[in-house]
Structure formats: structure tokens, C-alpha cells
Ligand binder design. Structure first.
Ligand SMILES: [Zn+2]
Ligand SMILES: [Zn+2]
Length: 435
């Protein structure tokens, strides 16, 4: 039987999308005008300029700044819990009222209609760090942060991502249909009226509750595409650029554990540890408790732990490769007992666990004193070393192994292996062993 082909994959569409001219290539004025995003100009470039003008001409009222902060955080959930975790990734099911609330809140950030945003984001996940990724982090911090948004061609049309769920979602259709009135109402009218009607700070309403809030919301939202692909740890996989960092998490209502998110995009959480900052996760969880959300998806903990372990082993291997390790028994000369005894006449050689060690540089350093070592020169000190006199630590095992200069023919290396096995049974890392 023939294996079914991937239903929404269209190689020709990908190929043509890859050929689409990049905004960085030279272009005519007409092409420039067609490609330039006036939406980005008005929502990304103008608010900071207006904010600077407002800061120079309008006194900042504390209550207004407090309102702007609270409104900004609240509306940020529209992007994180709505645009991102609900509509882009279907990481939970939202009741209809919650969908409308999230669509309204998200509109206050003026970040394009739901469908458009999610289309770009699904491409970002499917083609992370490639030419098809609209905010390809490998093109630099500036490009992934803001640069891409100024060019229509950053989001290649025709890239095969499945949008059928959003195409039939009435809230998505409603928000796209009324996008302009909604962004004006939620982005400007509500905050200006709230501040102006309650404590009469109309100018503060315009410059701080609108323009300053929009400036920060754009910068913080964009940090997920830039900073979260640049700063932090690759906790689960280092194949691509996404990273985990608490700073990005604080700026973005919890979207900063981006390495986790790219590994498990359908998990409603970004942070999985109790102390990590992820208020979006807490909000979705609370919505489930009051019946507004359901079917919260969690990736199996066992599989998450496997990814973490793989990365931890990889990092441990890098460290292991940087360290100096004792010579392998195959690299050392094999000498007879007689030869060992003879050579010990001229240099301080001690036999322990089948290996011959030159302890000349250690005689005066030995914590147990020089005498114990000298008494064992030319002798088998295995039983003394392994507890006969003193049961040496792992550190002592490691240090001793670096003094190996030979192997005794028919010696007692078997005992070393037994020691290794004992360590493994104890769950400890065997001393003097490369990973
Ligand atoms: Zn990303
Ligand atoms: Zn995502």
C-alpha cells in the first residue's frame, strides 16, 4: 500500500516562496512602495515619536501611568493567550465569550488581524531559522525584532500551512471584518475615555495610555521573535535558535521560555517549573477553573524529561572533552612485576589496582603524609588505597589516575572495573572515567 503524502505540503509552493525577492535585495521605487508596510509605519514607527513629543510636553500623572501599565498587561494577554497559544497553536479550547474577550484585548495592541498574525507565526514554527521564516533569527536581532514587519514580502504567501481551523472560526472572521474600528476603539478610544472621564488627564490618556503603551507593547511582543531567539539557555534542544530566559518571560507575560515552546508548541504552558514566570499559563489555568477554557494540552512529562536529559548529557560531554583524562591502559607500557620492582629503585613507583603510578611530584603533597607513600614504593598498595588504611575519595582516585605510567602484566585491573561497577550501582559517576 502506498504511504499517504502529507496533506498540506506543496513543494512547488515552497520553492516559489523561496524565490520571492528578499526585501534586502535591490528594488525599484515602485517595488519598494508595494512592499513597504504602512501598517507597520503607523503602528511601530509613529507611536515612539508621539511618545517622545508627549513626554516633552505633558506631565506624567502617576494614576495615568498605573492605568497604562495595567491596561497594557491586560491587553498583552490578548496576544499571548489569544493570538499565540489559542489561535496559532490550539493549545487549549476557549469558550466563545473568552474568544471574544481575547480578540478585543488583542485588538488594543494593533498587531494585524488574528488570521494574518497566526499565518506568519505558523510559518515561523514550521520553517524556523530558514528563509521562509518571516522573522528568521539568523538574519540578525534587528530583522527578527522589528525589521521584518516593515515588508509585506517577509511573510511569503503560498507557504503551505494549514489555516482551515481559523478560516471557519466566527470570532476570527468577525475580528478581521471589523479590524479597523476594533483597533481604534480598543487601542485609542477606551484608554483615552477611561483616563479622561475618570480623572481628567486627556493628554496623558493620548500620550501615555495610548502611544507609550503601544510603543512598549510592540517592543515587548517583538522580543519573543528577537530576544527569545538570542538570549538564554537551550534547555530542550539546540538545533534551532529559540532560548529560555526569565528576562524575556517578564517582558512578555511569560513567553520567554521559548526553547520549551518551540519543542512543544501545542503545550498551553511556556514555563513548566513553579518558580518560572508565566502569567499567561496561570490565566489559561484560571479560565479552565471557571469554565471559560477546556482541554488544556500538556506534553507528556516523561518525554520532556528525556529532552532535558539529552541536552544535559550533551553539555556534560562538552565539559568532559575539555578536561584532561588519564591515559588508557592500552596506551601504557605493560611491565612485569620484576621490572616494576627494579625500576622502583630509581623512581618512586607505586602499584595500585594494576596500574603503576609515579608519585614523585606528589610525595610532599600527600594529605596523609610522605611516609605512607614512601612505605609503599615498589609495592602493591591496592588494599591500602581502597580502605586498608584509608578509603580514598573520588578526588583522590582522579588525581591518582593522572600519575599512571604503566600497567602490571597480569595485574589487578579487574579490581578497577569492579570499583567502576560499584560506583555505577551507587548511582555515582565513576572516577577518572571520560563520558
Ligand atoms: Zn520563535
Ligand atoms: Zn509559537
Amino acid at each position: 500500500m502506498r504511504i499517504r503524502e502529507e496533506p498540506d505540503f506543496d513543494e512547488a509552493a515552497v520553492t516559489s516562496a523561496r524565490r520571492f525577492p528578499s526585501p534586502r535585495q535591490s528594488m525599484t521605487w515602485r517595488e519598494f512602495a508595494n512592499d513597504f508596510s504602512w501598517h507597520a509605519f503607523f503602528t511601530i514607527a509613529i507611536p515612539p515619536i508621539a511618545t517622545v513629543y508627549g513626554a516633552l510636553t505633558t506631565t506624567a500623572n502617576r494614576t495615568t501611568i498605573g492605568f497604562a501599565t495595567a491596561y497594557g498587561v491586560l491587553c498583552g494577554f490578548g496576544i499571548t493567550a489569544g493570538y499565540h497559544r489559542l489561535w496559532s497553536h490550539r493549545s487549549y479550547n476557549a469558550s466563545r465569550p473568552l474568544e471574544y474577550i481575547l480578540a478585543l484585548l488583542a485588538s488594543a495592541n494593533i498587531r494585524h488581524p488574528i488570521r494574518e498574525w497566526c499565518y506568519a507565526h505558523r510559518i515561523h514554527h514550521r520553517y524556523t531559522d530558514t528563509d521562509l521564516d518571516p522573522y528568521n533569527a539568523r538574519r540578525g536581532l534587528w530583522w527578527s525584532h522589528i525589521g521584518w514587519a516593515f515588508w509585506h514580502s517577509s511573510v511569503r504567501q503560498g507557504v503551505p500551512v494549514n489555516m482551515s481551523d481559523l478560516d471557519k472560526n466566527p470570532v476570527v472572521i468577525w475580528q478581521e471584518r471589523w479590524y479597523l474600528p476594533l483597533v481604534i476603539f480598543m487601542g485609542y478610544v477606551v484608554p483615552i475615555l477611561a483616563v479622561g472621564l475618570t480623572w481628567g488627564d486627556w493628554r496623558g490618556g493620548v500620550f501615555y495610555a495610548c502611544f507609550l503603551r503601544l510603543t512598549l507593547s510592540t517592543q515587548f511582543t517583538s522580543a519573543v521573535n528577537s530576544l527569545a531567539h538570542y538570549l538564554g539557555e537551550t534547555t530542550y534542544d539546540d538545533k534551532h535558535t529559540p532560548r529560555d530566559h526569565w528576562i524575556t518571560a517578564i517582558l512578555t507575560n511569560g513567553e520567554g521560555y521559548h526553547n520549551f515552546h518551540h519543542q512543544y508548541p501545542m503545550d498551553y504552558r511556556n514555563a513548566i517549573k513553579w518558580h518560572q514566570w508565566d502569567p499567561t499559563k496561570w490565566l489559561i489555568f484560571a479560565c479552565e477553573k471557571v469554565g471559560l477554557a477546556s482541554h488544556l494540552k500538556r506534553f507528556p512529562e516523561n518525554e520532556i524529561q528525556k529532552s532535558m536529559l539529552a541536552m544535559q548529557l550533551k553539555k556534560a560531554r562538552v565539559l568532559s572533552d575539555r578536561l584532561q583524562w588519564p591515559p588508557d591502559s592500552n596506551e601504557l607500557p605493560v611491565v612485569t612485576w620484576e621490572s616494576f620492582r627494579e625500576q622502583a629503585q630509581t623512581r618512586p613507583l607505586v602499584l595500585i589496582a594494576g596500574f603503576i603510578h609515579d608519585v614523585s611530584a606528589f610525595l610532599d603533597e600527600h594529605p596523609g603524609g610522605r611516609r605512607h607513600l614512601e612505605n609503599n614504593i615498589g609495592r602493591d598498595a591496592t588494599s591500602f588505597f581502597f580502605g586498608g588504611v584509608y578509603d580514598h575519595s573520588n578526588a583522590a582516585h582522579n588525581l591518582l589516575s593522572m600519575m599512571r605510567v604503566g600497567v602490571l602484566h597480569g595485574g589487578m585491573e579487574v579490581k578497577t572495573e569492579a570499583e567502576v561497577m560499584r560506583s555505577l550501582v551507587d548511582g555515582a559517576i565513576p572516577p577518572s572515567k571520560r563520558l
